[in-house]
Design a protein around this ligand. Structure first.
Ligand SMILES: Nc1nc2c(ncn2[C@@H]2O[C@H](COP(=O)(O)OP(=O)(O)OP(=O)(O)O)[C@@H](O)[C@H]2O)c(=O)[nH]1
Ligand SMILES: [Mg+2]
Length: 192
């Protein structure tokens, strides 16, 4: 068995971090719900083995929003960084495909301040609400081709490592796509 590797789910509240975690496991490990308030308030770690790779999935509360009280934010960041120290990390930046917010414009800068300047080399962008694209008859490639410059810059900084998830359907193909990108990041990290 290879690993362990930390798969760290990051991003704006409500984008689907916890639900994505549940899709990875194929069952409900993390609390996720429709809510006007943030749902996850503490990091939660769950472990599994996927294709022989020992994976520690770390679900996180939003740590990047500037409206969060600094003392709360610092505590969340400290806990997450501590959890990340143990093993190699792959960061999964969870975004809603149909919604790019002002607060997300400099999300990569915030991630660099938190996890180090090379964080982009270990980051995969995971777009949720994949059915929105499906209904618009658009592929992820088309979406990225037409997306706004700020988002394109983030994608390019992460070497276009993007995956599309629809958490409302159980399709193991999407988890396989994600794991292929995870292997890619780990391979590049070993070469570096
Ligand atoms: N239609 C659709 N809904 C989704 C998808 N992913 C997540 N959701 C819904 O979005 C809502 C928020 O999802 P969560 O997983 O709780 O979001 P989160 O990022 O963990 O939010 P916080 O814990 O508050 O930071 C829930 O109602 C989910 O069912 C998706 O791919 N498609
Ligand atoms: Mg959550």
């Amino acid at each position: 068995m290879n690993g362990p590797v930390n798969l760290v789910l990051l991003g704006t509240t409500g984008n689907g971090k916890s639900t994505t975690g549940n899709t990875i496991f194929g069952n409900k490990r993390f609390l996720s719900k429709c809510s006007s308030k943030p749902v996850t308030t503490e990091c939660q770690v769950e472990e599994t083995t996927i294709n022989g790779l020992h994976v520690r999935v770390i679900d996180t509360p939003d740590m990047l929003d500037e409206d969060i009280k600094p003392s709360v934010r610092d505590k969340r960041v400290k806990k997450c960084v501590e959890l990340c120290e143990s093993y190699p990390c792959v960061f999964v930046l969870v975004m809603q495909v149909s919604r790019f917010t002002d607060g997300e414009r400099d999300i990569l800068k915030k991630l660099k301040n938190t996890f180090g300047r090379k964080v982009n080399e270990q980051t995969i962008i995971l777009f949720t609400h994949g059915n929105d694209l499906h209904w618009a008859e658009m592929s992820l490639k088309m979406f990225l081709h037409e997306c706004q410059p700020d988002l394109r810059e983030i994608v390019e900084m992460c070497s276009s490592r993007c995956v599309l998830f629809e958490n409302k359907v159980s399709d193991t193909g999407q988890v396989e796509d994600l794991m292929r990108k995870v292997e890619e990041v780990l391979r590049d990290k070993r070469k570096a």
